[in-house]
Structures are given as C-alpha cells and as structure tokens.
Design a protein around this ligand. Structure first.
Ligand code: OAD
Length: 246
C-alpha cells in the first residue's frame, strides 16, 4: 500500500540549531549584508569577488555544520510516510540526516553553474563543487557562480504540479520560515486547505488561521510532532469537548 504523503516546507530556522544563521533575525545575514550586494544579478555584475566571498563563508559554515534533531526527526517520518521536502535552504543537512526526497527551491551552494544560464541563447553548463574565483565555464568561457537563486531570478516552481500534489497530500508541515519570500511562501496558501497542517517556529507568521502551531525551536518541537504522527497517525490537538447546556 502507498504511504500517506507528508509535505515539509522549510526555511533557515530549520538549520539555525546547526549553527547556520537565518536571514531576517537581528543577528541575521540581511542585517550584516545588503541583499543587492550579495544576492542579486546586479551585485554579481558589479563585484563578483564580494559575492563569492559571501558564499564562501556560507559554504564553510555549512561544511562545519551537522544535522540537528529537527532534520533527524523529518528523516524518521519516512518510516511511515512518503516525505516530500521542499526547502528554501541551500545547505544539504536534510540529505545528510537521511532524507531521500528533497527539492531545493533556492538552489544548492555545493553546485556551480555558468553565469550565462539565463541568456537568450543560454549556456547550460552545471557541475558539482563550490564556485571559486577564476572558475571559467568550459563551454562559453563565462564565469561560474554558485547554483543558488538570487533576488530577481526565477524559482523553479511548477504550480500545476503543486496543486496536484496538494490533492494527494495527507499532512503539510511548515518549519523555520518567515514566509516572506515569494513564490516559495505561496506554498502556505496552496496547502492551507488541508486539515492536517502544522507550523513549527518560535515566531510563526501571523496569518496562519486554523493551523496547529508548534511554537518553539525546530530541534525541540519537530521530534514531538513527528512522534505523534508516527504513533497516533495524527498530530492535531484533540477536539475541544462541547459544553453541555441544560
Ligand atoms: P528568515 O530569516 O526570513 O526566517 C527564519 C525563520 O526561522 C523565522 O520565522 C524565525 O522565527 C525562525 N527560526 C529561528 N530559529 C529557529 C529555530 N531554532 N527553529 C525553528 N525556527 C526558527 O529565513 P527564511 O524564511 O528561510 O532567499 O528566508 C526565506 C528566503 O529569504 C531565504 O531562502 C533567502 C532569504 O532571502 C534567498 O536568498 C533567495
């Protein structure tokens, strides 16, 4: 028999306890760096050395990091469910925890691609490995850059397939994201009609009505949520008893 499908949508908060900074916290990356300098095509055109230095720091940070209890809990869920991870994270901690189905909406830091990938006549060169200064495309001699999505670039998200998936999904879990960045954040709308929908975050987005909120860190809350899904087949709170009026 097919396993019930659980879709997990994650953001930087999932990897925070592994020592990887989030973006919008007061000590986050977007307070220390300007988005347009390090995560935009214009920034790359203006000063590719600064962009590569920014991603080199991220890459070293990720290499030193280990999956945390949140990543490991998600991997355990695969015992009973077909788990589809849709993540905004460019790290590989879900895979290293044992997750087998991970879609990286914003790319992966450990891959590189040709800077001319989106030209009218595009160059399709990709390879494994972190992009370093001086890396040249063997096909068109363009510069190689990290295979991550920058602001102003297209995200590979197929809304039609997601709507189809929504119809087959048993549970949706959002975790560790401020849900500020589109089109990724629209997943909360696409899956918002499900009955079994959960959000794990110390500071969940305010617009989540009728969601089960697990307010706290992913490494503490996800193991509890996952245990309930594995043991009881639901993690919804029990329905409130109706008061009997005479
Ligand atoms: P944000 O920095 O916007 O949000 C991080 C979220 O994680 C917040 O809601 C925090 O409350 C939460 N959080 C912090 N610590 C946590 C913990 N231990 N456990 C669980 N949650 C925790 O990061 P994202 O939502 O991932 O895009 O940002 C989305 C996108 O914006 C990123 O992929 C990146 C960024 O600009 C690009 O670079 C294209």
């Amino acid at each position: 028999m097919n396993k019930p499908i659980v879709v997990i949508f994650s953001g930087a908060g999932l990897s925070a306890e592994s020592g990887i900074p989030t973006f919008r916290a007061s000590d986050g990356l977007w307070h220390e760096h300007k988005i347009e300098d390090v995560a935009s095509p214009a920034g790359w055109k203006k000063d590719s050395d600064t962009v590569l230095k920014f991603y080199e720091e991220r890459y070293k940070n990720i290499q030193d990091a280990e999956p945390n209890e949140g990543h490991r809990a998600i991997a355990r869920l695969q015992d009973k469910y077909e788990v589809i991870n849709i993540t905004q994270n460019i790290d590989n901690l879900l895979e290293r925890a044992g997750c087998t189905n991970v879609k990286h909406l914003h790319g992966v830091i450990s891959r590189k691609k040709c800077e001319n990938y989106d030209r009218v006549e595009p160059c399709d060169y990709y390879s494994e490995g972190f992009a370093v200064k001086g890396d040249e495309c063997p096909k068109c001699k363009g510069r190689l850059r990290p295979d991550v999505v920058w602001f102003g670039e297209a995200v590979d998200m197929d809304f039609f397939s997601l709507m189809e998936l929504q119809g087959k999904t048993f549970a949706f879990i959002g975790v560790g994201t401020s849900a500020n960045v589109q089109p990724a954040a629209s997943l909360l709308n696409i899956f918002g009609g499900l009955k079994e929908k959960h959000f794990v975050d110390p500071n969940p987005p305010g617009r989540l009505i009728n969601w089960t909120l697990w307010q706290g860190k992913a490494g503490e809350q996800l193991p509890k949520l996952v245990s309930r899904l594995l043991e009881e087949g639901t993690a919804m709170p029990p329905p409130k008893k109706k008061m009997k009026l005479d």
